[in-house]
Design a protein around this ligand. Structure first.
Ligand code: HEC
Length: 149
């Protein structure tokens, strides 16, 4: 039905424009998370079996305590086997370096709230990760160092 299809497309374009506007004015971490992360990790960070790990669990007490880890995942990506809530997960997390420091900081701060973390991730934290050379396997090495496993 062409009429229905057209209406649906119009709505999708409108949503896209709204999201773009929100991101450029003042980054809305929750909206950015929905836009860029929820398809794989779900809106509440609970993950998707076989696609992306949960972003919650006891290990985040240590991972969240390292200011550099989350920015490093976002700027450089992550790949290789990781253990999440007692299960081994093997996948590849794309880097999101195309988003600017303020947007990634807002996004990461929103994720810390979902994880129960109280601290803010700042644009300076993201810039520090960006200024440092990195790669998905290096992020995994850092994760292993932090968790000691
Ligand atoms: C295409 C699917 C996909 C998208 C989109 C995605 N991720 Fe991931 N993410 C993954 C996968 C897969 C892994 C696990 C990589 C591995 O196995 O080494 C991961 C891992 C992570 C980790 C590390 C978890 C840990 O326990 O160390 C964080 C943090 C993370 N993602 C956050 C995000 C955020 C924030 C976004 C949005 C900007 C996002 N992801 C978008 C697939 C995705």
């Amino acid at each position: 039905m062409p009429f229905t299809l057209e209406a649906t497309c119009g709505r999708l374009v409108a949503i896209g424009l709204l999201a773009a506007g929100a991101a450029s004015a003042q980054p809305d971490g929750a909206a950015l998370f929905t836009q860029h992360c929820a398809a794989c990790h779900q809106a509440n960070g609970s993950g998707t079996v076989g696609l992306a790990p949960a972003l919650q669990g006891e290990h985040w007490a240590k991972l969240g305590g390292d200011r550099g880890y989350l920015p490093m995942v976002l700027v450089h990506g992550l790949s290789g086997p990781i253990r999440v809530n007692g299960q081994t997960f093997v996948g590849s997390m794309p880097a999101f370096g195309q988003l600017d420091d303020a947007a990634l900081a807002a996004l990461a701060t929103h994720l810390r709230r979902l994880q129960g973390g109280a601290e803010n991730v700042t644009a300076a934290d993201v810039k520090a990760a960006r200024d440092q050379a990195g790669s998905p396997p290096q992020t995994r090495q850092r994760r292993t160092q932090i968790l000691g496993q």
